[in-house]
Design a protein around this ligand. Structure first.
Ligand code: AMP
Length: 322
């Protein structure tokens, strides 16, 4: 089932204790698309500037990603982000964010992008997320990611965007910040209780699935009925965590898109399927952090993903203790 994604398409400048890159391909939609491309056809929606290279588009096409809804804005500059990580990679400072062509961008989706059953609203201004959401009123599984910046400066719009989706994938600190609840479970329950009062597309049933990303500690899945948690895949060498969250989301949503049965709605997705999606998101994210930016994921194979999911199964197996 094809997936449409909107979100940042970027150049990133990143410094970690293990090296730096001055201008590498990044952006939430790019990391998501590369990861999800292992499961389904992905269509990326968003603007780039004149400065965006053909090589970067080719890299996406090389993974089968449909780039025909990536719009080149004449005279515009591609979204740019600069970040620097602390010594244990747990802290990150954003040093610069240049929205560039995203400022005032009005997305024009092709018929193919509008026909996708699965939609991912990757990190970008919530107004733009809502605009794209409204162009896919019939999508059956819609998930959203965001970040502290948008909670700080566009919370009301973000809350409306959240009310129009089935699944929210956020860092645990962002869930707390968004709801003002210091406890993760309470914060997740709060978001689950939001139902759409707006007339925007979707949002009929409200959010049913919350994924709380917890960095090197893994991710938790919270639905109305259940709780599930996986650790991050244990790695001795982590080089650059940039895009790990989006890569997780690509694995998670990609796996669901590949397994959603015809006519099945988000509320009918089984717990087993969601857990499998958590494992695939975790595996994909673990590859992403092994090298800078997209460098590792573009070389990844289906076999490597399957092997890591199997290792995760072993690591988390639990028996005895009754
Ligand atoms: P993550 O490490 O998963 O939080 O995502 C990092 C990616 O998000 C980078 O490739 C950035 O280009 C992108 N990014 C950083 N800040 C923003 C923002 N304010 N809006 C959208 N994307 C952003």
């Amino acid at each position: 089932m094809s997936i449409t994604v909107v979100g940042s398409i970027a150049y990133d400048a990143v410094k970690t204790p293990f090296g730096e890159r001055e201008r590498m391909l990044g952006g939430a939609a790019v990391h998501f698309a590369l990861a999800a491309s292992f499961f389904e056809q992905v269509r990326v929606v968003g603007p780039v500037g004149d400065d965006f290279g053909e090589a970067e588009l080719e890299l996406l096409r090389g993974r089968g990603v449909d780039v025909s809804d990536i719009e080149r804005i004449p005279g515009g500059e591609t979204f740019f982000w600069r970040g620097e990580y602390g010594w244990d990679l747990n802290s990150r400072d954003t040093l610069d964010t240049q929205l560039g062509v995203f400022e005032g961008f009005a997305p024009k989706l092709s018929d193919s992008s509008r026909a996708s059953d699965v939609l991912f609203l990757a990190n970008i201004q919530p107004d733009l997320q809502r605009e794209v959401r409204s162009q896919l009123p019939a999508a059956r599984f819609v998930a959203l990611d965001s970040m502290n910046l948008w909670i700080d400066i566009a919370r009301d719009s973000l809350v409306e965007a959240i009310k129009s989706v089935d699944c929210v994938i956020l860092n645990d600190a962002e869930l707390r910040q968004l709801t003002g609840k210091p406890n993760l479970l309470s914060a997740a329950r709060e978001v689950l209780s939001w139902t759409s009062s707006s007339t925007e597309a979707g949002g009929v049933g409200g959010v049913q699935i919350i994924v709380a990303k917890q960095g090197e500690y893994g991710a938790a899945l919270i639905t109305g009925e259940s709780f599930f948690s996986l650790p991050a895949f244990p790695l001795e060498s982590v080089v650059d965590p940039t895009g790990a969250g989006d890569t997780f989301a690509g694995g998670f949503v990609g796996y669901i898109a590949a397994h959603l049965r015809p006519g099945e709605l988000s509320g009918e997705v089984s717990d087993e399927l969601l857990r499998g999606a958590m494992a695939h998101g975790t595996a994909l994210a673990s590859f992403n952090v092994e090298e800078f930016g997209t460098e590792r994921v573009v070389r990844l194979t289906d076999e490597e993903i399957a092997a890591r999911v199997q290792e995760l199964r072993e690591i988390t197996r639990f028996s005895g203790g009754e």
